[in-house]
Design a protein around this ligand. Structure first.
Ligand code: AMP
Ligand code: MG
Length: 520
């Protein structure tokens, strides 16, 4: 395997002076050197050939012994020294202190086609940051991360990527629902890839410890490598840096809202400094459109990370990052202005996003009302988000097929459509039709545009679960089918029409489909 290795993180940032692998608080260091553990019987299940090529490998490398051994942590490449990063975080609104890569190990950095990448294994054993965990990952959560991160990329949502998924051959003990019923599950490792895995929490930890020296070193490193256009180290550059992170975070969350993705654990340790969707845990996809929904049972009581709350949580998390950067800037005002701009930016951008979902491109003052009345209507009775928006693009300006008839398939229970609900839909379609008269595009052109923002296929929770159930029995065909389906989520793909369907009734209350915990 020929790779263009780089070592910026480990050579430019301070390392933990202790190299033994035991649980501890790591001070004044950004990372600790640590080796992945050997696995019993590594077996490659799937690889993303696009990512393989992106990092500078060839498709034929995939079949080599080296590929299997390197991306399961059984071989450490010459001239590389794997490491785990130190970070902290606010979890569910409270400062949690040091967290760190408890079961993620960074293997190496590469540069290919002028792009930097870090390759990281998730589930390759304990690190100094593992706290009470075992550093391992199970097959079900690994499949969920592997499939979803690539699917998000093809949907156009900023995200970390996945290179491969493998079985380790080891058994891992998990209490899946945190209810005292532990069981052994198959161990797995995802090798994932991103320009950087730095999170808000990487900066917060040094601010919390009042280690402003390391904080500055890390911020300067981040800007130099990932935000080079902002300029050299100065207070002004740090403010610009925060503004850039704010914009990326906002854009990412608007994309989540557009496709109906609920992250599930938006703790600050799960917020990428590059504005990438990161750490696919108890995430979920909206079936019926519901601002109050979260897939995460650990958050069932307060639903802090529910769909409709994601934009506000993005802001809350940015406040924590602003606090962490404050010691380098020592001026509250520019930081507050940026946080204010997040709020106004959200109003503007989410309206543009919703307009695009409706095929509206002119700026009309009443659009906000049209959007709100649609959101109200979608909540009246269970209405499938993906199906609704995809079918809506078939609407004709002359209403030759009534809009309400057109979107019927999106309703979960047609019997629940009472006369008042029906009336609300009729009213909405009347307003929509009226609004469309102010647009220049033809029906066909509008449909073309709408179908590029309203995906036909997303990784519904039950779909991932079906792939998991089959994989548990040693059959990986569905992983491959879904991987391939989700590479072009906006195209019709008639051969996959069976996946353009509502969540089946059996999946409504099934573990893994509607209920997920942080156990992974
Ligand atoms: P998460 O909620 O998955 O983002 O994890 C929060 C923190 O717990 C991170 O520091 C993880 O590295 C750590 N963690 C999660 N699961 C494990 C595990 N099985 N072993 C060690 N650390 C873990
Ligand atoms: Mg995490």
């Amino acid at each position: 395997m020929q790779l263009n290795l780089k070592h910026s993180f480990t050579t430019e940032l301070p390392s933990d002076s202790i190299t033994e692998n035991y649980i501890r608080q790591v001070k004044e260091a950004c990372f600790s050197y640590v080796s992945p553990i050997a696995t019993k019987k590594p077996e490659l299940i799937h690889t993303s050939s696009e990512m393989v090529q992106n990092i500078g490998l060839t498709k034929s490398d995939i079949n080599s012994e080296d590929f299997l051994n390197v991306f399961t942590g059984n071989t450490v490449l010459d001239d590389t020294k794997p490491y785990a990063m130190c970070y902290g975080g606010h979890q569910f609104g409270n400062w949690a202190g040091q967290l760190g890569d408890g079961r993620a190990i960074n293997l190496f950095e590469v540069e290919h086609n002028n792009k930097p990448w870090v390759i990281q294994l998730k589930g390759a054993g304990k690190t100094p940051y593992s706290r009470s965990g075992d550093g391992l990952a199970v097959l079900r959560s690994s499949i969920r991360e592997y499939l979803c991160s690539e699917a998000m990329h093809y949907l156009g949502v900023p995200t970390t990527r996945a290179l491969s998924i493998s079985l380790t051959g080891d058994e891992v003990l998990r209490d899946m629902l945190y209810d005292g019923n532990s069981a052994y599950e198959k161990g797995a490792i995802v090798s994932r890839v991103a320009p950087s895995f730095l999170r808000f929490g990487n900066y917060e930890i040094f601010a919390a410890r009042q280690d402003h020296k390391t904080l500055k070193t890390l911020v300067d490193y981040t800007i130099k490598h990932h935000f080079p256009k902002l300029g050299g180290p100065s207070k002004d550059t740090y403010v610009k840096f925060f503004r850039d992170v704010m914009k990326r975070t906002l854009d990412m969350i608007i994309h989540w809202q557009r496709v109906g993705f609920v992250h599930g654990v938006m703790n600050t340790d799960n917020m990428s400094i590059l504005g990438l969707t990161i750490d696919y845990g108890p995430y979920g996809w909206l079936d019926d459109f519901n601002f109050g929904w979260t897939p995460n049972t650990t958050d069932a009581q307060h639903k802090r990370y529910r769909y409709g709350n994601q934009p506000s949580i993005g802001l809350w998390n940015l406040y924590q990052l602003a606090n962490a950067l404050y010691p380098l800037i020592e001026d509250v005002e520019p930081l507050e202005n940026i946080l204010e701009d997040y709020k106004t930016g959200f109003e503007t951008k989410s309206l543009i996003m919703m307009r695009s979902k409706l095929g509206l491109f002119n700026d009309e003052s009443d659009d906000i009302k049209l959007v709100q009345s649609l959101e109200n209507a979608l909540h009246l009775t269970e209405t499938d988000m993906t199906i609704f928006f995809r079918l809506l693009s078939n609407f004709k300006k002359d209403n030759s097929v009534h809009g309400f008839q057109l979107i019927q398939k999106a309703f979960y229970n047609i019997e629940s459509i009472t006369d008042p609900i029906k009336k609300q839909w009729y009213d909405w379609f009347e307003n929509y039709q009226l609004r469309l008269t102010k647009e220049e595009l033809s029906d066909k052109e509008r449909k073309g545009k709408m179908d590029t923002v309203n995906p036909k296929y997303v990784l519904r929770n039950y779909m991932a679960q079906l792939a998991i159930d089959e994989a548990d029995n040693g059959n990986y065909k569905l992983i491959d089918e879904l991987f391939s389906l989700l590479k072009t989520p906006y195209s019709e793909q008639p051969e996959f029409e069976k996946w353009f369907a509502k969540r089946p009734e059996w999946a409504r209350h099934k573990v893994g489909c509607s209920m997920l915990s942080c156990s992974s």
